[in-house]
Design a protein around this ligand. Sequence first.
Ligand code: NAD
Length: 367
Amino acid sequence: MPQKPDLPAPKPRSERVGFALVGLGKLTAEQLIPAVRTSQDAYVAALVSSEEDKGEEFARAFDLTEQDVYTYDTFEQLADRDDVQAVYIVLPNSKHLEFVRRAAQMGKHVLCEKPLSVNAGQARQIVDACREAGVLLMTAYRCQYTPEHWAAREAVQSGALGRVKLLDSIHAQVEDDPEAWRLKRALAGGGPLLDVGIYSLNTMQFVTGQEPEWVFAAQHQPAGDLRFREVEESVSAMLGFPGGVIANLQTSYGAYNTATLRVMGEDGSLLMDPAFPYGGLGLEITDQNGTRQPAFPEYNQFSLEFDHFAQCIQQGRAPWTPGEEGVQDHVIMDAIYESARTGQVVRLSPQTGTDLYRGTPPERPGQ
Ligand code: NAD
């Protein structure tokens, strides 16, 4: 992809952070290859694949050679690569723990795809492994790096909407391949809640800066549908945020593509539709000054994410979306599943303060 004329030229490689990508699936092929080309502070120095052949095929797209390709068995040879400072884990969820541990033991910083793991217990082990090894860990919550999401957060937190009362978010898509790893409990850890509902949850926490105090949920797992033998098809959860703010979250692998976030205050409201795809986000804010649809220059969400983590590594700062935030989201999702199972409200430990699980904000959110 040619460099856009209005983007600054990437820095020389010697001033950028080298990443090894682990997992050459759809996200890597379709999103990460273009993203590294527009990254200012990061580049891909090595690839780690299940098969050597696949790695070599991807190597060409990243302008790498056969020597830059490793397999899961030769992963530890990356320890000798001084140009690889960070590892980006893009594997099925249950594989994150093993590969984060192995990367941390080599002293590599870790960017890990969402969800951080499959439950809060394993997510905590991921955080502990990185803390013990003295490496940085970032959860790849790409939506916290876009200008639209920061503008939504600003509208909420500046008081432009008045006191917030209600939040509502839906993230649904149809998963039609019964063999997909996303439908296997041992690999995915759960169904749409862990995969796409997590965007609704995480964005509601991001725009308010707050954490829910209780959850109440229901889920549905249809009998006789081969896709949903192991995981739920749909989840609906109500979350109570501090100050009586009530949020609704709905997610499904059986409902038509929908990705919305609505925040309603006493004096205004905002709608993001769509709220979570890789591009083309919609934002409409209504407050006492009327209704507006802020527009922003083009960007690549994954480049912004790469750049933020690279800057954190270079400056020795905690990332904005650290591992601790990934753990907190698993605590809440575990509680949602518990509520759906028991039919009871599940109370979470009360928290005071804002952005409790976040690190240093990105320097230029979304720009
Ligand atoms: P994918 O199925 O396209 O690719 C998964 C990769 O893992 C493949 O290279 C596959 O060979 C490898 N793999 C290793 N062990 C495997 C196993 N036992 N079964 C299946 N594949 C195995 O998946 P993906 O969509 O790239 O997802 C990978 C991770 O990225 C997941 O954690 C997912 O939640 C996350 N993800 C994030 C986003 C985002 O927008 N941030 C989007 C898609 C996926």
